[in-house]
Design a protein around this ligand. Structure first.
Ligand code: GRF
Length: 202
């Protein structure tokens, strides 16, 4: 089995990062988290990475003139670790078109809605306001269009009458923590790839 290094980009709590770390150990997955990169020095995910002995890097927006130069520095940092896949796990920054195009097919994101419904933020609030019956999670390739890249996996849940934003956050997280590590493992096993903008799954 080929070595499958991944870079995980975070901005906050990093519960998905934790699941990626834990499930690898529990299920003997083949991917290896080579680095965790954060745009926020206080992200709790950095503590999680440290505890797991994973190298961390922090790249602050205030140290760069504009998005272009930030993303250039980000790409240099990423290349230092030669990852085969870049995994966005709660990374709260929009990436420039150049950056995304450079890594197209090699960068994935997890989003808390059934895309194309509810791109962007506050997805749970919108689900409740619109009295949706279904809610869920989408894992997709990152393209220059925000939350608009080719969809890899979706997982649904039924919204309960007594659900709140907090209960939905927690129920969505439970799903994310199962499907993100498994999807990354599927990449490591060569089961998923992007060909002519189409997701190929074996
Ligand atoms: C997740 O809900 C993910 O879908 C979204 O950001 C959240 C990150 O949570 N993109 P965590 O930092 O992994 O706990």
């Amino acid at each position: 089995m080929e070595h499958y290094p991944i870079a995980v980009l975070i901005s906050g709590n990093g519960s998905n990062l934790q699941a990626i770390i834990d499930e690898k150990l529990k299920q003997n997955f083949h991917y290896e988290v080579s680095v965790v990169i954060s745009n926020n020095e206080d992200a709790y995910g950095l503590v999680r990475a440290n505890d797991a002995g994973i190298p961390t890097e922090v790249l602050l927006a205030k140290d760069y003139l504009d998005r272009q130069s930030y993303d250039h520095a980000l790409a240099i940092l990423i290349e230092k670790y030669s990852p085969k896949l870049i995994v966005l796990a709660g990374f709260m920054r929009i990436l420039s078109e150049d950056f995304v195009n450079t890594y197209y097919g090699k960068i994935i994101n997890i989003h808390p809605s059934l895309l194309p419904k509810y791109r962007g933020l506050q997805t749970h609030q919108q689900v409740l306001q619109n009295k949706d019956i279904d809610h869920g999670v989408t894992i997709h390739f990152v393209s220059p269009e925000l939350d608009g890249g080719p969809i890899i996996v979706q997982s649904k849940l039924k919204v309960n009458p007594d659900d709140t934003v907090d209960s939905l956050i927690s129920r969505i997280h439970d799903i994310e923590h199962q499907i993100y590590p498994q999807t990354i493992e599927d990449f490591a096993l060569g089961k998923i790839r992007l060909e002519n903008d189409k997701v190929i799954q074996q």
